[in-house]
Design a protein around this ligand. Structure first.
Ligand SMILES: NC(=O)c1ccc[n+]([C@@H]2O[C@H](COP(=O)([O-])OP(=O)(O)OC[C@H]3O[C@@H](n4cnc5c(N)ncnc54)[C@H](O)[C@@H]3O)[C@@H](O)[C@H]2O)c1
Ligand SMILES: [Zn+2]
Ligand SMILES: [Zn+2]
Length: 420
C-alpha cells in the first residue's frame, strides 16, 4: 500500500488482551472485553533512559477533569514502532462521550488523540520505510494481524481490535507518542497539517460510501448518478455528503434537527436539507429527492432515523448504518424483506479509505475552512473538548506544535481557522 510502512508482526506477540474499538457499534461485545491496559507508566511506555528520562506533556482524560501531565516520560520505540512528534489532533465525538463518561468502551482515565498529524522523530528496530522527518497521520486501529478478519484483509473488523487514542496506552494528545509504524500514512507535501487532520475523520465516510456503492457492484464508482440521503449533518454526515458529491451522486438530500447544520449542508452542496424534527420528514425527503433513495446513510442510528432510512430506501435501496446506536433499534423487517432493502453496517476504515481521503483532500473536495471550526492549543484542551461537545462546531482541533494551514490561494476562507 502506497505511503504505508512495513510492519513487524513480532511486536504483536504480546497481544493478549482483546480490545474493542472506540468508534463503531460494539454493543454486542462482552463486558469483560472492556478491561483496558492501565495508563502508561514508565515501564509500559519504555522510557528512553533509566537515569534521566526525557519528559513531555501528555493529556489524560479523567472522569471529572482533563489533565495535562507535564512530566510524562518520552516513550522509546520498540521493534516495529515509530516515535512521532504530534503537531495537531482532532477532538472526536468519541472523545467527548468518553470525557462525559458516556462511552462504554473507553475506560477512563485514558489518553486521547486518535486523529493525529505528526512528524516521525525516530524509528525502532526492524522498521523499513519510516524515516525521521516524514510527516504522517495515524490509522489508529491496532489489529492483531492473526485472526480470520485480519488474514482476509478486513482488519477494521479484527476480532482482537484495539484502538490508538481510545483506551490504548497512548494517544496523540501528547508531545510525542509511539505507534506501530505500519499504522502510519505518509502525507503528501501539498496537504497542510490542518487539512491532514481530517484524513481520519473523512475515512469513516469514505468507507461507508464505498460500502453503499458496493450494492451497485463497484464501491465508490457505484455512486455516480445515484440518489442519496444523509440522515444527520454532524461531522460525519457532512463528510458523507462531501464524499457522495465528490463521487458523482446526482442528488443528495440531508436531514438534521438543527437549522445551522442544515444550512451548512446546503452550503456544502446538498440539494436540499429537511428538518428532521418535522412529522413528515420522510415524505419531505422523498419529495426533494423526486424518487426513492439508492443509498441512505444513517449518521444518527436511532429508531426514528432507521425507520426513515428504510422508508426512504424503497425497493432495492441500501441503508448504511454509520451512527453508533446507543440502544437497541427496531426496524420494519417485513419491508426490508419485501422491498429487498440492504442494511449495511459500516465500521471505521481500511487503508484504501485513507488513500481516498488524502486524494479527496488534495483535490479540495473537502476543505479545512469548511469543516475545522476551532483550533485550540494543548494548554486549552479542556476548552477544546467543551467546544466539541457543544454541538455548535463541526471539527475542533488541538494544536500541539504549529500546524500549517491551507494556502490562501487554495482556501480563501481559511482566516477563521484558529479563531474558533
Ligand atoms: N461507524 C463508524 O466507524 C463511526 C466512526 C465515527 C463516528 N461514528 C458515529 O457516527 C455518528 C455521527 O458522528 P458525528 O461526529 O457526526 O456526531 P455529531 O454529534 O457531530 O452529529 C450528529 C448530528 O445528528 C443530528 N441529529 C440528531 N438527531 C437527529 C435526527 N433524529 N435526525 C437527523 N439528525 C439528527 C445532530 O443535530 C448532529 O448534527 C455518531 O453516532 C458517532 O459515534 C461512527
Ligand atoms: Zn474520531
Ligand atoms: Zn485480527
Amino acid at each position: 500500500m502506497d505511503g504505508r510502512f512495513s510492519r513487524d508482526e513480532a511486536i504483536w506477540q504480546d497481544v493478549i488482551v482483546p480490545w474493542v474499538l472506540c468508534l463503531q457499534a460494539f454493543q454486542t461485545a462482552p463486558r469483560g472485553m472492556m478491561m483496558g491496559r492501565p495508563l502508561g507508566t514508565a515501564e509500559e511506555v519504555h522510557m528512553t533512559g533509566p537515569a534521566a528520562p526525557r519528559l513531555m506533556r501528555r493529556v489524560v482524560v479523567h472522569a471529572d477533569r482533563i489533565e495535562i501531565v507535564t512530566d510524562a516520560p518520552v516513550p522509546s520505540p520498540r521493534p516495529g514502532e515509530a516515535l512521532v512528534r504530534s503537531v495537531v489532533t482532532g477532538v472526536c465525538g468519541s472523545d467527548t462521550h468518553a470525557a462525559h463518561g458516556r462511552h462504554p468502551f473507553i475506560p477512563i482515565p485514558y489518553h486521547p488523540g486518535h486523529e493525529v498529524v505528526g512528524v516521525v522523530e525516530q524509528v525502532g528496530p526492524g522498521v523499513t520505510g519510516a524515516e525521521a522527518g516524514r510527516r504522517v497521520t495515524v490509522e489508529p486501529d491496532l489489529p492483531c494481524w492473526t485472526c480470520k478478519m485480519c488474514a482476509t484483509g478486513r482488519q477494521n473488523l479484527c476480532e482482537n481490535l484495539r484502538f490508538f487514542g481510545c483506551g490504548w496506552e497512548q494517544g496523540g494528545m501528547a508531545d510525542l507518542f509511539t505507534v506501530p509504524a505500519d499504522r502510519l500514512h505518509v502525507l503528501p507535501d501539498d496537504l497542510d497539517d490542518t487539512t491532514a487532520a481530517l484524513v481520519e475523520p473523512l475515512s469513516t465516510p469514505v468507507h461507508a460510501v464505498r460500502l453503499g456503492g458496493d450494492a451497485f457492484g463497484c464501491g465508490l464508482d457505484g455512486i455516480r448518478g445515484r440518489s442519496a440521503v444523509v440522515l444527520g449533518a454532524g461531522t460525519i454526515g457532512l463528510l458523507v455528503l462531501a464524499v457522495l458529491k465528490a463521487r458523482g451522486a446526482e442528488t443528495v438530500v440531508v436531514t438534521d434537527v438543527q437549522a445551522a447544520k442544515r444550512d451548512k449542508a446546503v452550503s456544502l452542496g446538498a440539494d436540499a436539507a429537511v428538518d428532521a424534527a418535522a412529522g413528515d420528514v420522510a415524505d419531505q425527503v422523498r419529495a426533494a429527492l423526486g424518487q426513492s433513495a439508492d443509498i441512505v446513510v444513517d449518521c444518527v442510528a436511532i429508531e426514528p432515523t432507521m425507520r426513515q432510512a428504510v422508508a426512504l430506501a424503497g425497493k432495492g435501496g441500501t441503508v448504511v448504518v454509520v451512527g453508533v446506536p446507543a440502544a437497541e433499534v427496531t426496524i420494519p423487517l417485513a419491508i426490508v424483506q419485501d422491498q429487498q432493502i440492504r442494511i449495511q453496517g459500516s465500521a471505521t476504515y481500511l487503508p484504501g479509505d485513507y488513500d481516498e481521503s488524502i486524494r479527496l483532500l488534495q483535490a479540495g473536495a473537502v476543505r479545512a475552512a469548511d469543516i475545522v471550526t476551532a483550533v485550540r492549543p494543548l494548554e486549552q484542551v479542556a476548552e477544546a473538548f467543551d467546544l466539541a461537545a457543544s454541538g455548535e462546531h463541526i471539527k475542533v482541533l488541538v494544536s500541539i506544535g504549529e500546524p500549517s494551514v491551507p494556502a490562501p490561494a487554495q482556501d480563501t476562507t481559511a482566516p477563521s481557522l484558529g479563531n474558533g
